[in-house]
Design a protein around this ligand. Structure first.
Ligand SMILES: [Zn+2]
Length: 123
């Protein structure tokens, strides 16, 4: 389960940060998630609730910001933003087309990362 492993990692990052500041509780966690990670925000929230039970992050709210995917075209060198269509989500197929020259000779340069941007703690 993709989301659970990810939720656990978020928790560990948030926990480490909170401990550094001697926090008693984490109340909010701000996340940036690339659209191309295929992470489902609702599933992630559920997983996060499970992963944080009994910890200092129990009950913390996840604030998720989705970052659009970006590709660079190897043919014309221009950058396009991409969104996943239904089909790509189902098959995991990620072949993106340049919006300028229609080439499929592209590479993903953004949207595959996810990270904790900030947390809100109570001391
Ligand atoms: Zn192109």
């Amino acid at each position: 389960m993709h989301e659970f492993a990810f939720a656990y990692n978020i928790f560990k990052v948030a926990e480490a940060t909170a401990l550094k500041y001697n926090a008693k509780k984490i109340s909010e966690v701000y996340l940036e998630i690339g659209e191309l990670t295929l992470i489902v925000p609702d599933l992630l929230k559920q997983s996060f609730m499970m992963a944080t039970q009994g910890s200092i992050a129990e009950g913390a709210e996840l604030k998720i910001e989705i970052v659009p995917g970006k590709i660079r075209c190897r043919d014309c060198n221009k950058i396009s933003t991409v969104t996943l269509n239904q089909e790509a989500q189902l098959t995991g197929l990620q072949l993106f087309q340049c919006k300028f020259c229609k080439s499929k000779n592209t590479e993903i340069i953004d949207g595959k990362k996810a990270n904790v941007k900030n947390i809100k703690i109570q001391e």
